[in-house]
Design a protein around this ligand. Structure first.
Ligand code: PEP
Ligand code: MN
Length: 276
């Protein structure tokens, strides 16, 4: 742990990461339970604007949606690219909500920056060191997802790359790790949530969608994450999950998501004193 200098808690309070838009500021790490939600991918203008408005009504603080998708198969839907970014801009305009989207290629960073309020570095790029350094210089808050086979130390060192470039606005997101268990897509490392809250001042989110890969497990796992001290969740929601172009099997429909949000508020009230 010797090389982790900037990410350790060292007696400090949790860093409040502020995502600013013209309509206001949303904070992660302020003791509340921040909810980031949206479909895995931005699939169409009509579909994305529809779900964005629905999610706003359901109290979501930050919209998500991938324009550049890192897919295991080169033949799978890889996102709409620049056209997807334009749709995210429209959603931001329409709802007043901030938007987070993934950047997978350093060459797209400037473009992505213009269309979103927070940059997502995905699991597959957690150790893309040039990308981490650029994200550290970019001036936007960054959500750094855990590599699917990364240790907590490697993950904190990845965060350190961003912090060391002068960007203090970093949020960690536990999204499950690969284990020997094949019945779920990944295994949520709940230990990591509690441990990171102890070890690091950076806010910690949990993504129960990629952690489980199964719609029916998303809500119980999200509630457990909140109880373990997570500062919020990032969850995939689609108006018609069975028709989604990516990750439909782990996407909630709006009704299921609404139920989750109300249960989360109960857990947050119960464990509020534990957090931070
Ligand atoms: C995603 O958020 O859609 C995604 C690809 O996540 P991860 O990088 O955690 O697999
Ligand atoms: Mn996804």
């Amino acid at each position: 742990m010797n090389d982790i200098k900037l990410a350790l808690r060292s007696g400090n309070p949790t860093t409040k990461v502020d995502i600013k838009t013209s309509a206001g500021t949303v904070s992660i790490g302020d003791g509340s339970c921040t909810v980031i939600a949206g479909p895995c991918s931005v699939e169409s203008q009509e579909g994305y604007l529809e779900i964005a408005l629905l999610l706003k009504e359901l109290g979501v603080q930050i919209l998500r949606g991938g324009a550049y998708k890192p897919r295991t198969s080169p033949y799978a839907f890889a996102g709409l690219g620049e056209a997807g970014l334009k749709i995210l801009e429209e959603a931001r305009q329409l709802t007043g909500l901030p938007v987070v989207t993934e950047v997978i290629d350093i060459r797209d960073l400037d473009l992505v920056m213009q269309s979103c309020d927070m940059i997502q570095i995905g699991s597959r790029n957690m150790q893309n060191f040039p990308l981490l350094r650029e994200a550290g210089r970019c001036g936007h808050p960054v959500v750094l997802k855990r590599g699917m086979a990364a240790t907590i130390e490697e993950w904190l060192l990845a965060a350190e790359y961003i912090l060391n470039e002068g960007n203090q606005q970093v949020v960690l997101c536990e999204r499950g790790i690969r284990t020997f268990e094949p019945l779920t897509r990944n295994t949520l490392d709940i230990n990591a949530v509690a441990l990171l809250k102890e070890m690091s001042h950076l806010p910690v989110l949990v993504d129960p969608s990629h952690a489980t890969g199964r719609r029916s497990l998303v809500a119980p796992v999200a509630l457990a994450a909140k109880a373990a001290g997570a500062d919020g969740i990032m969850v995939e929601v689609h108006q018609r999950p069975d028709e989604a172009l990516s990750d439909g099997s782990q996407s909630l429909n709006p009704g299921q998501f609404a139920l989750l949000v109300s249960s989360l508020q109960g857990i947050n009230a119960a464990v509020g004193r534990l957090a931070n």
